[in-house]
Each structure stands twice: as C-alpha cells, then as structure tokens.
Design a protein around this ligand. Structure first.
Ligand code: CA
Length: 229
C-alpha cells in the first residue's frame, strides 16, 4: 500500500510519513502543488491513497485535485484542512475528495479515515469474492465451488456474500437478519436457520469441506476451506 503525502509543512509531512510507515504503509512525499498536480496521475497504478494539504506552494490543493480528477485519477484522496477552511473543505469534497480531516488531527483518527477510504474503494472495485475453492461473482450472483457452478436464489446469495465478506467472524442471527432481510423482520423467526440450511445444501458439495459452521448459542461462521485445519 503506497500513500502519497502532498504537504508543504515538513514537520507535518514527516510526522505523517513516520506514523504511516510504522503502520506498514509505504509513503511518497511531495511538497509542491504544481509538481503534485503533474506527477500523481502518472503514478495511478502505484498509488493507493493520497493525503492532500489545501494550502500548497505552486498550486493550491483544490486546483490540484480538480486536475487529478480531470486526468482520470480515481484513487481515494483525503484532504487535510485547517479549522478555518470549512467552506474550502466543502469545495474540496465537490472537487472529488473522498474525505477530509481537520488540522490539528489525531493520528488515530486519520488512520481510521484512511482505512475506511481504502476499504470502500476496494469494495466498489471488487467484482468477485474468492475463498480457496469458492468463488462468488458479485455481478452475476453466481457461485462456483471447485469449478462447479451453483445457482443461488436471492436470499441465498445475499447470505453467501455476507459470509464471504466477513470470513472467520461469528455472525449472530440478528446481524444476519438485519443484513439479508430487514430490520422489521421478527427476530424470533427461524428464517435465518432455514435459509442457511438451503445455502449449505447448495455449497456443501460432496468431497469438499463444509463452509458454514454453527457456533452454538452465538450464530454462524464462514470458514474458508484453506484455513480449515
Ligand atoms: Ca500548507
């Protein structure tokens, strides 16, 4: 994961860079607006996210961002803005920012925003979910197990998608109900168990490991086959 930091204040830039490196990210620092404007779109494939200061020498952050978006730079951009630039940050969001963080900010808050931005970018660009011999195509809603095509009804694929997006996590019946059905559904109903039964029948193919585990008193858990033992 490479994060580009466009910030002219060397203290803030190195604070960010050190913090992010400690979290396992690679960082690239750019101090000048004009340079950032030209270079970042060329780095599209090597960049995962950009932190962008608004007050920059050469070219202001807002114009830099507008230029990037016009050059089809699609990666998430988080604007770093001073407290007195509230109207600026709204303009920033209009210019294509993913999020903004107000200076002075805590590093933990920034990190949480970065993770959220990366996660939502990932989710929107994903077209299929994979877990060892199981694949779920998010576009066609068809699953494959060991190369065998499995047709799923609407609630069944919604269940499988929920499980595959949260591997190893125990999901309670209420959580499942709220995701796959809706909040008004009677929590006392056994519909979750019934549909998990349907889904298991379809995806537990002979000769392959079962995927959905019942956790007594807690709910259900999806165990990707590769991590079975
Ligand atoms: Ca600045």
């Amino acid at each position: 994961m490479n994060i580009v930091i466009v910030e002219d204040d060397p203290k803030i830039a190195s604070f960010l860079s050190r913090g992010l490196r400690a979290e396992g990210y690679a960082t690239t620092m750019i101090q000048d607006g004009e340079a950032a404007s030209k270079v970042v779109p060329l780095m599209q494939d090597d960049v995962d996210l950009v932190l962008l200061d608004l007050g920059l020498p050469g070219k202001d952050g807002k114009s830099v961002l507008a230029h990037w978006r016009s050059e089809k730079f699609t990666k998430p951009v988080i604007i770093l803005t001073a407290r007195d630039e509230v109207t600026e940050k709204i303009k920033g969001l209009n210019a294509g920012a993913t999020d903004y963080v107000t200076k002075p900010f805590s590093f933990d808050e920034l990190l949480a925003r970065i993770r959220a931005a990366l996660r939502s970018f990932d989710n929107t660009s994903l077209t299929r979910l994979d877990a060892a011999d199981v694949t779920f195509d998010l576009m066609t809603k068809v699953a494959f197990r060991g190369g065998v095509r499995i047709e799923l009804a609407q609630r069944e694929w919604a269940l499988l998608e929920l499980f595959m997006r949260s591997p190893h996590q125990v999901l309670s019946r209420i959580q499942i109900l709220n995701h796959v059905w809706d909040y008004s559904f009677d929590p006392g109903s056994n519909i979750v168990d019934v549909y998990i039964g349907y889904l298991r029948k379809k995806i537990n193919i002979k000769g392959h490991e079962p995927l959905i585990q019942t956790v007594r008193g807690a709910g259900y858990r999806f165990i990707p086959p590769s991590s079975k033992w």
